[in-house]
Design a protein around this ligand. Structure first.
Ligand code: NAD
Ligand code: APR
Length: 267
């Protein structure tokens, strides 16, 4: 792949329907831990213990402790230069009658916080809950979300349970059912409408940026390769090469908080 920024800029200036796919790396410079890199969450914790439906049915208190900890971490985090550059580019392109849409694997809402509109959240949100009984999905920013989870910090990776009685875990205000984080766990399928919308954007775009994702979790991992297979330019912004790098026309190495403000500057 090419790392010629001026070549990328001329492609960008000729594009009318841009899709930006993001992963944990776009939030790394905000101080939010990624999953697989050094300091990554899945280096300390076993995803099978914390991010599967089986884990939640086995021990909802441990899973809640983990997601509540991640909500608390977010309280001090702000969008970084990469989120801001993406939001600014969307604004700029829309003012010209063009499109830029964001499809993210992140659940941290930092794209919203930066002002990006119509963000497609493939894996849900840390700040939404869904009720196991009445299935309502609600925005929920309350902190702490319940008294039992106040200030507990991260789960201890060596302790297999948080030992909070299930009655004390977050409860639905409408029906009293147990709430769960409204996120997509391993082994679960993505929301059908969200996936349809994402596929539509992927099939129609004339430029795709893939930012800060290790490109190993499906179906997100196949989006950018399928754009490249149509002969449409794809640019990857990452600090490492990924299993999909070779299929793309551009690869920009280094922190995306530095490269994206240049790549996506208004012209
Ligand atoms: P998968 O990992 O491909 O996920 C299946 C579906 O769940 C996909 O649609 C995926 O997008 C979605 N998904 C669910 N929870 C997710 C989450 N938290 N983040 C991102 N995407 C999520 O398939 P699978 O059947 O669950 O696992 C396939 C393989 O991946 C297995 O071999 C398993 O051992 C391995 N695995 C790896 C990790 C990890 O690297 N952290 C975690 C679980 C499973
Ligand atoms: N700029 C650009 N890229 C970066 C930066 C940075 N400042 N910092 C890290 N990266 C890159 C890493 O090189 C890595 O390729 O971001 C990527 C982060 O990859 P992962 O931690 O695997 O995150 P992601 O791809 O979003 O994970 C996918 O897995 O467990 C699930 O739900 C989780 O949605 C997530 C999914």
């Amino acid at each position: 792949p090419s790392s010629d920024m001026s070549k990328f800029r001329s492609v960008f200036k000729n594009s009318k329907k841009i899709v930006v796919l993001t992963g944990a790396g776009v939030s790394a410079e905000s101080g939010v831990p990624t999953f697989r890199g050094s300091g990554g969450l899945w280096r300390t914790f076993k995803s099978q213990d914390l991010a599967t439906p089986e884990a939640f049915y086995r021990d909802p208190s441990l899973v809640w402790e983990f997601y509540h900890y991640r909500r608390e971490v977010m309280a001090t985090k702000k969008p970084n230069a990469a989120h801001v550059a993406i939001a600014g580019a969307q604004d700029f392109l829309r003012s010209k009658g063009f499109e830029l849409n964001v499809i993210t694997q992140n659940i941290d809402e930092l794209h919203h916080a930066a002002g990006t509109k119509d963000v497609i959240e493939l894996h849900g949100s840390l700040f939404k809950t869904s009720c196991l009984k009445c299935h309502k999905i609600k925005q929920n920013r309350q902190s702490p979300i319940c008294e039992a989870l106040r200030g507990r910090g991260a789960p201890d990776p060596n302790v297999r349970s948080a030992n909070i009685p299930v009655e004390s875990l977050p409860r639905c205000q409408d029906c009293g059912g147990l709430l769960r984080p409204s996120v997509v766990w391993f082994g679960e399928s993505l929301d059908e409408d969200i996936l349809l919308r994402a596929n539509e954007l992927i099939n129609e775009c004339d430029l795709c940026l893939v930012v800060g994702t290790s490109s190993v979790v499906y179906p997100a991992a196949m989006f950018a390769p399928s754009v490249a297979a149509r002969g449409v330019p794809v640019a990857e912004f990452n600090m490492e090469v990924t299993p999909t790098t070779e299929r793309f026309g551009f690869h920009f190495d280094g922190p995306c908080g530095e490269s994206l403000p240049i790549a996506l500057a208004p012209y």
